[in-house]
Each structure stands twice: as structure tokens, then as C-alpha cells.
Design a protein around this ligand. Structure first.
Ligand SMILES: Cc1cc2nc3c(=O)[nH]c(=O)nc-3n(C[C@H](O)[C@H](O)[C@H](O)COP(=O)(O)OP(=O)(O)OC[C@H]3O[C@@H](n4cnc5c(N)ncnc54)[C@H](O)[C@@H]3O)c2cc1C
Length: 490
């Protein structure tokens, strides 16, 4: 049991109890780890917030992350801002953003499928989050002081998510959290005697951790094409992972199979249209493709399939991600002329350019005759609508806004693929972040925070800036409650 005064967890070192029979290693087995109060599985924002909160509550804490040290931080490395409720203007925010407004927006985003009690925990838990994170060493950008955009509703991290993760990891280490990178938690039991035994894979060996409580902060399964293929079929490998390649979902899958209650829907995910030349993982936000209203979008048959003028809100990224995912071969192409390019946010990848539409088609591997006809049909439909109309007439699908002829060379194109941000299928938890079972009972020593339980709040929807906030707010709750359970046994 944990004492009242904080005491350091066992330091990372050659751990572990069980030498893998598979490894064939001749090294002597290292000394077993002591029983920890809290084992945190994961190494993103949820994991670090859980570890720090548990440690601040006096628990001995061990954190295991599948990623190597240089890739620690999960998807938070790519993130920029958190959604924060606030009652009055402050150094970080102009105006006010009441928690009830946050709640209403969560309800809209989830289509009413989110857990109302968890949504309230999130909105109210966000109120003091900037102060808590600042106390851990995280810095925020003040409105209109830096290069990032700002809003009444979200706080931007100074130096981005990587700087925030570095600060949290340093703080956790200073507090005495034992941190193990390159250490993957294997599927674990939903129930079991206390202390729990969790098998880990590290350096080719299978080890065992023992802990009075476990915090599951290991994200979704967007980097597991085999699991995604159960819903997405042969399209699954074409979904490019925008963030961490370590989101395999192995613990999540095992727990769901044993009767943990699920939230969201199998295979549901947040998708964004990204450049098809992006790396297989960790491309981050710079690979997004924007500018569809200023051009045409065609599939690999060189035919249009959606109104490019329909969506200009921030939702446009996910709208186009879903649309591209439904295209043949999960590929589409944004076609611009010289005029359209001046209105489009520059991409990290160079545009593919040509003097004629036919040459552009050839460079993209599209049928030149079909693409030429597609553009000609579109240009005719713009002219038929009349000067200044900025929409098409007699074209299917129409372009309802910002329609200008594609006429000024050089022409340019961006190949697009669906980029997967995260999955929307996870665990249900109660307001203390305890994992729920399908029979309604809670698992008293098993807690979950972050993307692994976000679908319990968001359903299959998304609201900008909530990914980090869910990780931080529920990480704090999970860590605090896990420490309490380790101390009191209930
Ligand atoms: C490109 C991009 C931009 C984003 N921008 C924003 C933004 O601006 N604002 C926002 O709010 N959200 C944003 N998000 C979403 C946000 O980053 C995530 O919702 C949030 O970081 C999830 O945190 P997490 O700790 O729950 O999980 P993750 O960040 O997914 O971390 C999971 C961790 O678990 C580890 N892990 C996985 N399996 C195991 C295992 N079996 N054993 C041990 N460790 C394991 C991984 O290595 C990783 O460290 C963005 C996401 C992406 C991809």
C-alpha cells in the first residue's frame, strides 16, 4: 500500500521477471520489479498526465511506452491546441467560453451519442487545466503574440505538442516516475487477482509488471491495418497514419473481447485528406491538402465526384478525408490553375505542374482525354451560369460556390489520400475513469484515459481541440483515482 508521503517509484533499470522462452537469450534474468501502485500504459498526453497526477497523489508509478525515446509523446507531438472552458477573459483567452457552451458543442459533435456525465467532467475539468499544465512546465502562446492562430475556445501550446510532452516527461521523471520506452504492454486481463500482472515486451524479451492499479492510456488502433480491415476491407492499408505508428490497440482489443463495454463504432475513424506522398506514419498536420474550393477534385478515373464549393468550415478537412476514402483505390487529385494556386495554402509537397491539362493528366497517371473533358465540361458549366455567378449550371455534381474557369496555365495538382487521425471505437468508463463492463459493473483497478476512451464522449464525431483536452483531463482523473484505489483498496 502507498504511504502518505510521496515516495519514488523503482527506477528504470534492467527490469523484469520473466525471460522470454522465445528469445533464446542467454542473459541472466534481471531482478523482478517491485509491485507498483500504478502502472501507466502509454506515453502520450493522457499517460503523462495520469502518471504525474498519480505521483502527486503519493503513488509509486511506472510508465511503459511502446515507442522509442525519440518518438515519445504519441499523437500529442503533432497537436497544437486544447479546448478550454473559461468564465472570464484571461491572459490566454479573450472573451469567455462557458462550460455549458462547451457541453452543447460536445453534444452536437457526438450526435447525442456521448455520455453526458463524462462530457460534463470534460468541460468542467478543462477550467483549471491551463493552470495545472503550466504548473508542470507547459507553456502556452498568448493570443495574437505568436505565429499560430488563436480563438476564444482553444489555447495554443507554445512550441507545439512536442514542447508540451517534453515538459511533462521531464516533470514526471523529476517526480520519480519510472519511465520505460520501447516497452510494449501485451494484451491484459479484464479481471484478475491483485496485484495485477501485465506482460510486457522489451528488447525482444517478455517481462512482467505487477501493479495494484493500471491506467490504460495507449490510444486507439489507427496503426493496426489488420483490425481496420475488418471494417475497411482491402482499403485499410491505404489509410495513411497521420500520427504515431505505435497505436496498435492490442490491449484495447483484448479487453473488448473479454467483456469491456465499448463506445463508438468498430472501424469508425477521423479522416483527413492528405498528400498521397506522405510517409506511412507521423506526417503530422503539414501533409494536409486544402484548397478544394479553388479548384476541381477528380478520382483516379479523372471524374469529379463532389461539390468542391460545399464545405469551407474547419470540418472541410474531415469531409474530404471521408470522401477520398470512398474513391476507387482511395486516391483523388486536386486540380488547380495558376489563379487557384494563388488562393490555396501552400503545401509541404511541391505541386505537380504542367502547361496543359492533358500533360497534367499524364503526369498523374490519369486518362488525358477524360481529364480534359472533365475540365472542359466544368468550364462550360461555369460560363453557362453567367459572369460573376461563381457557380455551375447543368453540371453533376454541381460546384455551388467559388466556381471559376480552370484556364490559366501552368496547371497544378496534388494527389490525395485519406489520412487517419485516430479511431472512434474504444472503452466506456465512468466519471472516475474506471473501465466499465458490458454488464454495467466497473473494473475497480482498471482506468482508461485519452483516445482509448474518447469515443465515450465524442461517439464517432470530433470537435477540434478535444483530443488533447480529453487526454489531459481524464489522464488527471485516472491517475488520481488509481492512486486512491491503490491506497484504500476501493
Ligand atoms: C496530426 C495530428 C494533429 C492533431 N492535432 C490536435 C490538436 O491540435 N488538438 C487536439 O486536441 N488534438 C489533436 N490531435 C489529436 C490528439 O493528438 C490525440 O487525441 C491525443 O494526443 C491522444 O492522446 P493519448 O495519450 O490518449 O493517445 P496517443 O497520443 O495515441 O498515445 C498513445 C501512446 O500509447 C503508446 N502505446 C500504444 N500501444 C501501447 C502498448 N501496447 N504498450 C505501451 N504503449 C503503447 C504509444 O506509443 C503512445 O505513446 C491530433 C492528432 C494528429 C494525428
Amino acid at each position: 500500500m502507498i504511504g502518505t508521503a510521496p515516495r519514488p517509484a523503482a527506477q528504470p533499470g534492467p527490469p523484469a521477471a520473466v525471460e522470454s522462452a522465445m528469445s533464446g537469450s542467454t542473459r541472466p534474468p534481471p531482478a523482478p520489479w517491485p509491485v507498483d501502485d500504478v502502472l501507466v500504459i502509454g506515453g502520450g498526453i493522457a499517460a503523462y498526465c495520469a502518471a504525474i497526477a498519480a505521483r502527486e497523489a503519493g503513488a509509486g508509478v511506472r510508465l511503459v511506452d511502446a515507442a522509442p525515446a525519440h518518438l515519445r509523446g504519441g499523437n500529442a507531438r503533432h497537436a497544437r491546441n486544447l479546448r478550454i472552458a473559461h468564465a472570464t477573459p484571461s491572459r490566454l483567452f479573450p472573451d469567455r467560453y462557458p462550460s455549458d457552451e462547451f457541453l452543447d458543442e460536445l453534444c452536437t459533435a457526438s450526435g447525442g451519442h456521448g455520455d453526458a456525465a463524462l462530457a460534463r467532467c470534460l468541460a468542467e475539468g478543462s477550467l483549471d487545466l491551463p493552470d495545472w499544465l503550466a504548473a508542470q512546465g507547459v507553456h502556452f502562446e498568448e493570443p495574437a503574440r505568436g505565429t499560430l492562430p488563436w480563438s476564444r475556445k482553444t489555447a495554443f501550446l507554445l512550441g507545439g505538442g512536442t514542447a508540451a510532452i517534453n515538459a511533462l516527461a521531464a516533470r514526471a521523471a523529476r517526480l520519480g516516475v519510472a519511465i520505460h520506452q520501447d516497452t510494449e504492454a501485451l494484451p491484459l486481463a479484464l479481471d484478475g487477482p491483485s496485484p495485477r500482472r501485465v506482460s510486457l515486451r522489451q528488447d525482444g524479451r517478455t517481462l512482467e509488471a505487477r501493479a495494484r492499479t493500471v491506467c490504460l492510456c495507449c490510444g486507439g488502433y489507427q496503426a493496426n491495418p489488420d483490425w481496420l480491415a475488418e471494417t475497411w476491407g482491402e482499403a485499410a492499408p491505404d489509410l495513411i497514419v497521420r500520427g504515431t505508428p505505435f497505436a496498435s490497440g492490442a490491449p484495447l482489443r483484448a479487453l473488448l473481447a473479454q467483456g469491456a463495454a465499448s463506445a463508438g463504432e468498430p472501424g469508425a475513424c477521423h479522416l483527413v485528406a492528405i498528400d498521397a506522398r506522405s510517409p506511412a506514419a507521423d506526417g503530422g498536420i503539414v501533409t494536409r491538402v486544402d484548397g478544394m474550393p479553388w479548384g476541381l477534385v477528380v478520382d483516379r478515373n479523372a471524374r469529379r465526384f463532389h461539390d468542391e464549393g460545399a464545405e469551407i468550415s474547419p470540418r472541410r478537412y474531415s469531409t474530404w478525408g471521408r470522401l477520398v476514402a470512398r474513391c476507387p483505390g482511395q486516391r483523388a487529385f486536386l486540380i488547380l490553375d495558376a489563379e487557384g494556386r494563388t488562393r490555396t495554402t501552400p503545401s509541404i509537397y511541391p505541386a505537380i505542374e504542367a502547361e496543359t491539362i492533358a500533360d497534367l493528366a499524364a503526369a498523374l497517371g490519369l486518362d488525358p482525354a477524360v481529364l480534359t473533358a472533365t475540365v472542359a465540361d466544368y468550364n462550360r458549366a461555369v460560363q453557362q451560369a453567367g459572369a460573376g455567378a461563381e457557380h455551375t449550371l447543368g453540371l453533376a455534381p454541381p460546384k455551388s460556390r467559388f466556381a471559376q474557369p480552370l484556364a490559366a496555365p501552368p496547371f497544378a495538382a496534388y494527389p490525395m489520400a485519406p489520412g487517419i487521425t485516430g479511431t472512434s471505437h474504444g472503452l466506456r468508463v465512468d466519471p472516475q475513469a474506471r473501465v466499465l463492463r458490458t454488464d454495467g459493473r466497473t473494473c475497480p483497478d482498471l482506468f482508461a484515459a485519452g483516445a482509448i476512451m474518447a469515443p465515450a464522449i465524442l461517439g464517432t464525431g470530433y470537435l477540434a481541440g478535444t483530443g488533447l483536452t480529453i487526454g489531459a483531463v481524464f489522464g488527471r482523473i485516472a491517475g488520481t483515482q488509481a492512486a486512491r484505489h491503490a491506497r484504500t483498496g476501493h
